[in-house]
Write a protein of this length. Structure first.
Length: 380
């Protein structure tokens, strides 16, 4: 038990170090400030959750340990809402408004109140909340000593709610990307989906750890696994989060990032038809689709038309999203290559502007109703 506890302390200390380094880095950033501010709050909350385990060996007083566990209360209640808020700040083109997010602070506020409540309890009552583990004789003593933690058995349900909300928001965001980018892979933030899966597993381990403690009244190998898993999780978030920038820049007008409504648009039918011709020429004559990083804004700049008019024309006059419009021209170019060229399918995919084999196959099948391999075989 002593060895497993020491390993848990080491891993938690490493997690704390990674989290605090991430906080320090976030506070030095000037661009996308809100994104990094929210990430720093999230990493601070994660640091609170491991603070008690990391610092416990340095303190022998039960009152100090109780304060450290109170920090855990605040952290564990805040991590899920802050992760959701971080994802929202990344996927929103404009700064989030605090007034819209008030109810997400309910559980963190409860954790903070519990923290204050613990601090102002009489000393003998506080000591009763956290008895010396060596004096725990059975379940009754265990429940007495961890009552304030058991109250937060609601936290896994909180996580289930927020992980679901994060997944739904990512799906909507990835669908919206097709209005702005011809190749969406590098903007989809797939690493956040990995984090969602990791957190799902992390909470499964946490529940298993709690059940083990309640059954045996001691720390075991499962807490070492939990600590190691936590280190991996925070390292992944720090590694990717500190490099991640908002894909749809905050300077983008909010009206361009939502479903277009054109009742008050100044774009006339004649203007729309003219822009549609310019867009087709940009693809057929100038071959802009060959640029794998082509965006709505770069296309609008090329034809010297406001991007909002380009979006309106694509939706109303041409009847396609920006992504589908560019993909169709890429597929047409790929079909010509498949008919007359012996180059590999992957080489052709990259040549016509796609960034990956999977996106090429998906777009090709959508347009041609068959895979590139099947098309080549059928036409040779």
């Amino acid at each position: 038990m002593f060895v497993t506890h020491q390993i848990s302390v080491l891993l938690s200390t490493m997690t704390l170090t990674v989290a605090l380094f991430g906080v320090a880095y976030c506070l030095t950033q000037r661009r996308h400030r809100q994104v990094f501010q929210v990430l720093s709050l999230f990493l601070t909350a994660e640091a609170f959750t491991v603070l008690g385990v990391s610092l416990t060996p340095a303190f022998t007083g039960l009152q100090v340990k109780l304060v450290l566990h109170a920090f855990w209360l605040v952290g564990i209640a805040s991590v899920a809402p802050l992760l959701w808020l971080y994802v929202c700040s990344l996927t929103s083109p404009v700064p989030l408004r605090v007034a819209e997010l008030k109810w997400h602070a309910i559980l963190p506020l409860i954790g903070g109140l519990a923290f204050v409540w613990i601090l102002f309890l009489p000393a003998e009552v506080r000591l009763g909340l956290l008895p010396d583990p060596d004096r725990i004789q059975g379940p009754q003593d265990y429940f007495t000593g961890r009552t304030y933690e058991l109250v937060f058995l609601i936290v896994p349900f909180q996580w289930a709610f927020y992980l679901t909300a994060i997944t739904r928001r990512l799906l909507r965001y990835r669908s919206r990307l097709k209005d702005f980018f011809a190749s969406t892979e590098q903007h989809e933030m797939r690493w956040i989906s990995v984090v969602v899966l990791l957190y799902s597993g992390y909470w499964a381990i946490n529940v298993g750890s709690l059940i083990y403690e309640l059954a045996t009244w001691k720390i075991g190998l499962i807490q070492v696994i939990e600590a190691f898993y936590g280190l991996i999780l925070i390292s992944v978030i720090a590694l990717w989060g500190l490099r991640q920038r908002r894909p749809i820049d905050r300077d983008t007008p909010a009206s361009e990032t939502r479903t277009p409504r054109y009742s008050k648009s100044a774009l006339t039918k004649d203007m729309s038809q003219k822009i549609a011709g310019q867009l087709r020429n940009a693809m057929a004559r100038d071959a802009l689709y060959l640029d794998p990083n082509l965006s709505l804004w770069s296309l609008a700049k090329h034809i010297q038309v406001p991007s909002k008019y380009v979006t309106q024309t694509l939706n109303e006059e041409i009847g396609e999203s920006f992504f589908d419009f560019v993909s169709r021209h890429r597929i047409e170019a790929a079909v010509a290559r498949l008919d007359n060229d012996d180059a590999t399918i992957l080489s052709i995919a990259y040549d016509v502007g796609f960034n990956s084999r999977s996106s090429f196959y998906s777009a090709f099948k959508k347009v041609m109703r068959m895979t590139p391999t099947a098309y080549r075989k059928a036409n040779r």
